[in-house]
Design a binder for this molecule. Structure first.
Ligand SMILES: NC(=O)c1ccc[n+]([C@@H]2O[C@H](COP(=O)([O-])OP(=O)(O)OC[C@H]3O[C@@H](n4cnc5c(N)ncnc54)[C@H](OP(=O)(O)O)[C@@H]3O)[C@@H](O)[C@H]2O)c1
Length: 291
């Protein structure tokens, strides 16, 4: 599938339940029927069991109708591990190629980031990978990767509370360089709505929408970011997609643009294994512990 054919909201797969998959398969099918076609996969979820079960979903809706993004996990001891991990996905899912392959995080990788990306480029030449992604790096690292490789997708944490990548210029850099920014934890796992920020509640009332719908609408329409939202509840899947069906006034988008959760956005990020919070844990921090 061409990257221009991807639906504006991706399907989140963390916490899809492989042991009770019939219900979740129904929900995934429903997401697909409503247009969702971007499927991120990670071998970390339930020790690979989620990927195994996704084979049924892929068969059900047709491989060519999905854009499948697979994560290279951090256990890269030698360069051959990159292709081995890819082959493992292809084998489990019975596929010839993966649409997008990306490193999940560089922490504890034994092979250098640039060598990994040169290797992923070789896999593109072999036709086993179509597009190249990267996740959980900072702007400096992204620029470094781009010195040896094209990058089509960047997957990072982004939501109303966690604007690290915007505040450090990475979202803008992606826009300028034709890199699709896909946001994980776009709803901060429903925790932002539960806080009931007054301005967010007022916007929800004004447009007669849920707070999560206000945030999804803003992320997609104003930020031009593609949220990956996990939901295996049909009502919430519908609600999330219906969040695209309205527009807000400029002044309201500005309110959301200007909001900064100072406690979260000033947390030191651990990029060098020394101190701070790793970026993948940023949205899980309890702001009460950070002043
Ligand atoms: N690259 C990375 O390091 C990384 C890290 C984290 C996540 N990810 C990917 O990004 C995806 C999204 O992130 P996430 O799952 O962590 O967080 P999220 O999408 O912000 O939140 C998912 C949670 O919110 C609930 N939910 C969804 N829509 C809702 C709504 N309209 N109202 C109330 N609750 C709602 C879901 O429950 P129900 O299912 O019950 O609706 C689920 O518990 C993941 O699934 C995963 O594929 C990648």
């Amino acid at each position: 599938m061409n990257k221009n054919d991807i639906f504006k909201i991706g399907i989140g797969t963390w916490k899809v339940d492989p042991d009770n998959f019939e219900k979740d398969l129904e929900a995934l099918k429903y997401s697909f029927e409503l247009g969702q076609n971007y499927l991120p996969l990670s071998m970390l979820y339930n020790n690979g069991k989620v990927v195994e079960r996704m084979k049924e979903f892929i068969k059900l809706v047709g491989r060519e109708n999905l854009f499948i993004c697979a994560n290279l996990e951090r256990y890269v001891e030698k360069i051959e591990d990159v292709e081995n991990q890819l082959n493992n996905y292809l084998k489990i899912l019975d596929l010839d190629y993966i649409d997008c392959f990306q490193i999940h995080t560089f922490a504890v990788c034994k092979v250098s980031m640039l060598d990994i990306y040169k290797e992923i480029n070789r896999l593109v030449e072999l036709g086993k990978v179509k597009y190249i992604g990267v996740s959980n790096v900072n702007l400096e690292q992204l620029k470094e990767i781009r010195s040896v490789s094209k990058v089509d997708f960047f997957e990072g944490v982004y939501n109303l509370d966690c604007k690290y990548y915007e505040n450090t210029g990475l979202t803008e850099y992606c826009k300028k360089n034709d890199i699709i920014f896909t946001a994980y934890q776009p709803l901060r796992r429903n925790r932002i709505a539960q806080k009931n920020y007054v301005f967010l509640k007022q916007l929800a009332e004004k447009y007669n929408k849920k707070q999560n719908q206000i945030m999804i609408n803003w992320i997609v329409k104003e930020k031009e970011i593609m949220p990956l939202i996990k939901s295996t509840n049909k009502d919430r899947i519908k609600e999330n997609i219906e969040a695209l069906n309205f527009d807000m006034e400029k002044v309201d988008y500005e309110t959301l643009n200007e909001f900064q959760n100072e406690k979260i956005n000033t947390i030191e990020i651990n990029w060098n294994e020394e101190s701070g919070v790793t970026i993948d844990q940023l949205a899980n921090q309890n702001e009460e512990n950070h002043n």
